[in-house]
Design a binder for this molecule. Structure first.
Ligand code: 4AD
Ligand code: MG
Length: 463
């Protein structure tokens, strides 16, 4: 007897073999002739396995009334070619064992379409639906493909810390980590005395592993981090999470154009790989979520990205005649509406914007010869907007220190980061890819809360 996952049973070319399959009942149908048909799913594939049960099968009479949607069963039976359309094989049960029942009156996932809002409230059950099963299988394939991309190019995977005492973006949007009593913290001179806190100074959850990535890039060479990052920005949008996963490659001896080349080939490769590894789930998204998603992804794989300087982009936005909520002028950060106009309406393909004004970007980006822009790059894609932010890093000690001061940061607090510019400094670059943003791109889902298992957003950290 062979123990098979549903996915394996469905793909099996051997028939007339005895199999043992276990999973949850999606639906049951009973025929007048005393047969029952179960649609069994164990999460291994989008498609269910049909189980045919004759009235005389061991365990059937006893369990029949509990064989309802959501209940868990073990089926032993014979895998046979199926006469029915739409499936190659089915299992003819010889015995049924019931694990857990699911009260038909109470089980929230009855066979009807539920809204994504409702499913978010039952995030412990939503992975049992077709849509969320597909989403999380694709997310898994995506993570695997990301590791493959870097591993096959000799990049070293580095685990950057989650608890940190430095603000990698210098933006102040960090969640504090403390064991001090919030109601009665120890005070000195009117300030909280963090020397008495767990780490002896103020600590937070990381917003990025980049600074530690730079340490490893300037020692082990090409490397990448892949971990959770946390931002306490109060932006309640469909594209922001308070906890999200970021992939941050960092490469010594890379200038900005090398960085752009890598980012572009990275996106195109992982999109192509997920399409190849999850054809069934991707076809489902194309049918049920966004009927243009496969065509959009093909377009990304098959065509070069457009590269445009921030200055050129601002000129286009100022003269295009489009009505924007926020007006555009040189020196302001682009809003999502501007990014989406460029990538969706104007050019209809991914765009890499580069050379942004220094005032709107982080302290670590390399200052250009013009003195007013930095070697920053953002990758924008249709349907999502920004999925990658990156830059060439400032490798000149004096320029870095003056940029830090300009941004209100104390170089002493970043002494180890500054040291990298003292000892064997080299031009280097890197970028950060938001995992959930790529998930939006791949699936056509429109709310970032639906592509991470348990979303954390303002006022919400359930499950
Ligand atoms: O552009 P960001 O802030 O860049 C950095 O963090 C750099 N340290 C990266 C680097 O150069 N190593 O963030 C990078 C990406 C964004 O492009 C976006 O895809 C994602 O991270 N991101 C978010 N995703 C979900 N929710 C949020 N609140 C996000 N903030 C950024
Ligand atoms: Mg950014």
């Amino acid at each position: 007897m062979q123990r098979l996952k549903v996915a394996q049973a469905l793909k099996s070319t051997a028939v007339e073999i005895e199999v043992d399959v276990r999973g949850w009942i999606r639906t049951k149908r009973e025929s007048k002739q005393g047969f029952a048909f179960l649609e069994l799913n164990d999460g291994s594939s989008l498609a269910n396995l049909q189980v045919v049960i004759e009235g005389t099968v061991t365990g059937f009479a006893e369990h029949n009334k509990h064989l309802t949607t959501g209940s868990a069963v073990r089926i032993i039976g014979v895998l046979k070619e199926s006469p029915a359309a739409g499936q190659k094989v089915e299992v003819h049960a010889t015995s049924i064992e019931l694990y857990g029942t699911a009260d038909a009156e109470k089980y929230p996932l009855q066979k009807k379409r539920h809204s994504f809002e409702f499913l978010r409230e039952i995030a412990h059950l939503r992975p049992r639906t077709n849509t969320f099963g597909a989403i999380f299988r694709v997310r898994n394939a995506l993570c695997n493909s990301i590791h493959n991309f870097f591993q096959s190019r000799g990049f070293v995977y580095v685990n950057s810390p989650i608890i940190t005492t430095s603000d990698a973006e210098g933006a102040g949007a960090m969640f504090q980590v403390t064991t001090l009593d919030a109601a009665k913290p120890p005070m000195v001179d009117g300030h909280i005395d963090y020397s008495q806190d767990f780490f002896g100074k103020r600590a937070s959850l990381t917003v990025s592993g980049q600074l530690e990535g730079e340490i490893f890039a300037t020692s082990l060479g090409d490397c990448y981090t892949f971990g959770p990052t946390f931002r306490a920005e109060n932006s309640n949008t469909t594209r922001h999470l308070a906890e999200f996963w970021m992939i941050e490659p960092e490469m010594p001896f890379y200038e900005l154009t090398d960085n752009m080349d890598l980012a572009e080939s990275f996106i195109r490769t992982i999109v192509a790989e997920v399409l190849a590894t999850c054809p069934e789930d991707m076809a489902f998204f194309n049918e049920r979520i966004d009927t243009t998603i496969l065509a959009k992804l093909r377009n990304i794989i098959d065509n070069d990205f457009l590269r445009l300087s921030y200055t050129e982009a601002v000129e286009i936005l100022m003269t295009c005649g489009e009505k924007f909520e926020y007006s555009v002028k040189w020196g302001t950060d682009l809003q999502s509406e501007h990014e989406r106009y460029l990538t969706e309406k104007k050019f209809g393909k991914p765009i890499i914007l580069f050379d942004y004004p220094r005032e709107i970007k982080s302290f670590y980006m390399r200052v250009n010869e013009d003195g007013r822009t930095v070697r920053a790059m953002d990758v924008l894609v249709p349907g999502v907007g920004e999925i990658i932010g990156g830059s060439q890093r400032e490798e000149r000690l004096d320029v870095l220190i003056s940029r830090m001061q300009e941004c209100g940061l104390k170089p002493e607090d970043y002494w180890w980061y500054v040291d990298l510019r003292r000892y064997g400094s080299v031009p280097h670059s890197g970028f950060g890819l938001g995992l959930e943003r790529v998930m939006l791109l791949l699936t056509g889902m429109t709310n970032i809360r639906d592509v991470i298992p348990f979303p954390r957003t303002p006022k919400n950290a359930d499950f």
